[in-house]
Design a binder for this molecule. Structure first.
Ligand code: GLN
Length: 486
C-alpha cells in the first residue's frame, strides 16, 4: 500500500469505507507531508489545518452512519482564486492579500456538501495570469521533479501539491491552459471541462468567456470522480449550461475500438522540443494499438492565430473585470492620498504586479475607440473561425490529440523577462479555451527525468469520450505511477 499521502481518491475511499483508515488519519498524513515539503516546494498560500481536522472529524461521523460519497473525508486543495467563506482568498495578489470572502464559490459549496476536507489554498500566478507561478506576488512555487524548475502555471501550486503528496487532489482554473500545462509539467492529470460545464460563481474573474474550473488529480478515475462532484448547472452563473451530468466514471473503459482520433499538424509547432514530439507520437501509436483509428494528417489552419487572438481577448476581458479593484469596495486600499483619483491610482499601482498591469494596459488599448474594430472585433472574428475549424474536425473525429506544451518544465527565471516566450508555453492549450472545448492532460513520458503531458481534446460536453481515451492510455502505461523523489 502506498503512503497515505499518496493514495488516490478511489484507493482512500475504499479504505475509509471499510474503516481501515479514518479521514482524521488521512488528513494528518497530508498535514505532516505539507510540513515536511512546503519549505522546498512552496505550493500553498494558506494551510487550513484546524478547519481540515474538524472537517475530517465530521467526515468520519458521516462515514460511521454509512453516509459516504466518493469524496467524503478526502483532503483537497483549492486554487486561491476560488472564494472560500472565512478563508483568505488572495489570488496571489497584494490586491487581495487580506481578502476574506463572506461566501463560498459554488464548487467549494459542492465539495463541502460531499463531506470533502479542505486542506488549504494553492499558490498561483497573480489573478491566474502566467504559465510558471512566478507571477505570484507572494512567492514562487518549485517543481517537485526538479526544484530549480517551474511547476507551470497558473495552477502551479495545485499541480505541485498533487504530485508531491501534499493533497490527494486539487481544483485549478484554466483560462488558456492553466490546469493542463501545470498538470503536464508535474506528471498529474488535469481536466479543463467544456465552457459552461462547471459553475464559475465565486471564481475570481480573469477572462470570463474563457475561464473554467477543473480537477487536478493523480489519475483519470479520480478526475472523473471530482468532475462528478463539481459539474452542473448553477442559477448563479448565467453561462453554466443546464445539461444533465452523467456519471463520468461509467465511461472509463480500456477499449478504444471504433474511436477516431485526429492529429492536428499545427500543434507540432516549430521550436517544439524533439523529445516532447517523440513522446507524444509514441503515445498516439499506443492509442492505435489499443484499437483507435488515427489520422495523422489533420489540418486546423487558423491555429497559428490563436495566440494573438487570446492575447487580445483575455486582456480585454481582464481589463474590464479588474476595474473593480479601486481601493473602495474591497481589497487593498492606498490610504495616504490627497484626492480620490490619487487613491485609486496608487491602489492599483501598488496592488497589482507587473504582468497584471501589462494585461490591463493591453486590454484597455484593444478596447479603446479607434482600436476596437482593428483588434478586439477582429480577434472575435478569428475566434469564430477557430471554433468552426474544430466543429468541422469533430464531424470526422471523436477526439484530437496533441502535446500539452511544447517543452518540458523550464528553469525558474528563464522566461520571466521575456513575456512572449512565456506566452508561447500555452500555444497548444489556448485554442481549446478560445473554442470552449473540453480537454485533458495526462502523463505521457519523460525527457531527462522531466514529465511530458499529452492533451486529448473533445467535442463540447464530450468529457466522457476524452476521459475514456485517457483511461485506456493510463491503464496501458506506467507514467502516471511515477512520483517525484523528494
Ligand atoms: N498562461 C496563460 C495566461 O497567462 C493562461 C493562464 C490561465 O489559463 N489562467 O494567460
Amino acid at each position: 500500500m502506498p503512503n497515505h499521502n499518496q493514495l488516490t481518491i478511489h484507493q482512500a475511499h475504499r479504505l475509509l469505507e471499510t474503516r481501515q483508515l479514518s479521514s482524521v488519519e488521512l488528513t494528518q498524513a497530508i498535514i505532516e507531508r505539507i510540513h515536511q515539503l512546503e519549505p522546498k516546494v512552496h505550493a500553498l498560500v494558506t494551510v487550513t489545518e484546524e478547519l481540515a481536522l474538524s472537517q475530517a472529524q465530521h467526515a468520519d461521523k458521516l462515514i460511521a452512519t454509512g453516509n459516504i460519497s466518493p469524496l467524503t473525508g478526502i483532503p483537497m486543495l483549492i486554487k486561491d482564486n476560488m472564494c472560500t467563506k472565512g478563508i483568505r482568498t488572495t489570488c496571489a495578489s497584494k490586491m487581495l492579500e487580506n481578502f476574506v470572502p463572506p461566501y463560498d464559490a459554488t464548487v467549494v459549496e459542492k465539495l463541502n456538501g460531499c463531506g470533502a476536507v479542505v486542506i488549504g489554498k494553492a499558490n498561483m500566478d497573480e489573478f491566474a495570469m502566467g504559465s510558471s507561478t512566478e507571477n505570484s506576488a507572494l512567492f514562487t512555487t518549485h517543481n517537485p521533479w526538479d526544484l530549480s524548475r517551474v511547476p507551470g502555471g497558473s495552477s502551479g501550486g495545485s499541480a505541485t501539491a498533487v504530485a508531491a503528496g501534499e493533497a490527494i487532489c486539487a481544483l485549478g482554473s484554466d483560462t488558456g491552459g492553466s490546469i493542463r500545462q501545470p498538470a503536464g509539467f508535474c506528471n498529474v492529470t488535469g481536466l479543463k471541462p467544456t465552457y459552461g460545464r462547471v459553475s464559475r460563481y465565486g471564481l475570481v474573474a480573469f477572462a470570463s468567456s474563457l475561464d473554467q474550473i477543473g480537477p487536478l488529480t493523480q489519475d483519470v478515475t479520480d478526475c472523473a470522480l471530482v468532475l462528478n462532484a463539481i459539474a452542473g448547472y448553477d442559477p448563479r452563473d448565467s453561462t453554466s449550461v443546464p445539461q444533465p451530468i452523467p456519471d463520468y466514471t461509467r465511461c472509463l473503459n480500456a477499449d478504444l475500438n471504433g474511436l477516431r482520433l485526429g492529429i492536428p499538424r499545427e500543434y507540432f509547432v516549430q521550436g517544439m522540443q524533439a523529445e516532447v514530439a517523440a513522446a507524444i507520437k509514441a503515445s498516439i501509436s499506443k492509442l492505435e494499438e489499443l484499437g483507435a483509428t488515427v489520422d495523422w494528417e489533420v489540418f486546423l489552419p487558423s491555429t497559428p492565430y490563436a495566440l494573438a487572438v487570446y492575447y487580445i481577448i483575455a486582456p480585454s476581458e481582464a481589463s474590464a473585470n479588474l476595474a473593480r479593484y479601486d481601493g473602495v469596495k474591497y481589497g487593498f486600499s492606498y490610504q495616504d492620498a490627497d484626492t480620490m483619483w490619487e487613491a485609486m491610482e496608487k491602489t492599483r499601482q501598488y496592488g497589482f504586479g507587473a504582468e497584471v498591469k501589462r494585461r490591463i494596459m493591453l486590454g484597455t488599448y484593444a478596447l479603446s475607440a479607434g482600436y476596437y474594430d482593428a483588434y478586439y472585433l477582429k480577434a472575435q472574428k478569428v475566434r469564430t473561425l477557430i471554433r468552426q475549424e474544430f466543429d468541422q474536425a469533430f464531424e470526422r473525429f471523436d477526439a484530437l490529440i496533441t502535446p500539452t506544451s511544447p517543452t518540458v518544465p523550464f528553469k525558474i527565471g528563464e522566461k520571466v523577462d521575456d513575456p512572449l516566450q512565456m506566452y508561447l508555453s500555452d500555444v497548444c492549450t489556448l485554442p481549446i479555451n478560445i473554442a470552449g472545448l473540453p480537454a485533458i492532460s495526462i502523463p505521457a513520458g519523460f525527457a531527462d527525468g522531466l514529465p511530458i503531458g499529452m492533451q486529448i481534446i473533445g467535442k463540447p460536453f464530450a468529457e466522457e469520450t476524452i476521459l475514456r481515451i485517457a483511461y485506456a492510455y493510463e491503464q496501458a502505461t506506467e507514467w502516471h505511477k511515477r512520483k517525484p523523489q523528494i
